[in-house]
Design a protein around this ligand. Structure first.
Ligand code: TMP
Length: 263
């Protein structure tokens, strides 16, 4: 597989072409942003951890029948993935009220929701990813009714699987964001809806079951410190990392040494 030209650069990842037009390489950067790019930092080792954690979670989901874009992890920072046309919507699933839900509607932080709550946000940085309704999605053809019906079902299934996986390691899956894309399946001669992007502490809220300590990007958003330690804790509990590392936050100068367990 040959790496080609950069075709897209987002806030935390870069997409490169390959010599196969149906496949691309997804590169995980150390950049972190919050509040729609207002707050920025480099967190050394974040990309490596997200690459590995996302690989693990997407592989587990695939084993449970959730089709997704991951073909394989190539190295510490890169994955080979199916090229998809991303649906321009962030699909949010919430189990516990916090973040923008609490802010927007005045719901007490930490309120356990009786049922998972699905929300949709338009992927548009200039507008700060506004929350939208299904009616907006259909009115402006961002996705179709049948796609959203399928996505809602998939997202709830992903929530069940991931909530169980995290519960087993004493972590509460508070909420998370998913993205979906359409992949041209040449054997079937039609587009297929698949899960895409990443699932990592950048895109989930993960709280320690007992202490409610945050192990996710809220450590960055809220200036809580020890960001990498939070992500490492998630990797360690998932059983994919077994050693302390010497990663330093907001620094380029030191080499990263993260040891992952062999598969
Ligand atoms: P929110 O409470 O800020 O709306 O975030 C809900 C979930 O979505 C939370 O797990 C973080 C994740 N998220 C992203 O992955 N990307 C984003 O740009 C935002 C705003 C949230």
């Amino acid at each position: 597989m040959q790496k080609g030209k950069k075709i897209y650069e987002g806030k935390a990842k870069i997409i490169y072409a390959t010599n196969d037009k149906d496949l691309v390489i997804q590169h995980f950067k150390d950049d972190a942003t919050a509040f729609n790019n207002l707050k920025k930092a480099k967190i050394e080792g974040k990309g490596v951890l997200n690459n590995r954690i996302s690989e693990h979670l997407l592989t587990s989901l695939k084993n449970c029948g959730i089709k997704n874009h991951l073909i394989k992890r190539l190295n510490m920072r890169e994955q080979l993935i199916k090229k998809v046309e991303i649906i321009p919507i962030e699909f949010i699933v919430r189990n516990i009220a916090t973040g923008s839900l609490s802010k927007r509607l005045g719901i007490q932080e930490g309120t356990k929701l009786d049922n998972p709550l699905l929300e949709y946000c338009l992927k548009n940085d200039d507008l700060s990813d506004p929350i939208i309704s299904k009616e907006h999605i259909y009115a402006f053809n961002w996705s179709s009714e049948s796609e959203i019906k399928e996505i809602d079902k998939l997202s709830l299934r992903v929530n069940d699987i991931l909530s169980g996986m995290f519960k087993a390691i004493n972590i509460k899956l508070v909420d998370f964001k998913l993205e979906y894309g359409k992949y041209w399946n040449k054997d079937k001669d039609r587009f297929e809806l698949i899960l895409a992007d990443e699932i990592s502490p950048d895109t989930c809220r993960l709280w320690d079951e007992k202490t409610e300590k945050k192990l996710d990007k809220d450590r960055f958003r809220k200036d809580l410190g020890n960001i990498i330690q939070g992500y490492q804790e998630v990797a360690r509990r998932l059983g994919i990392m077994h050693e302390e590392t010497n990663i330093k936050e907001v620094s380029f100068s030191r080499p990263t040494s993260i040891k992952f367990k062999k598969k």
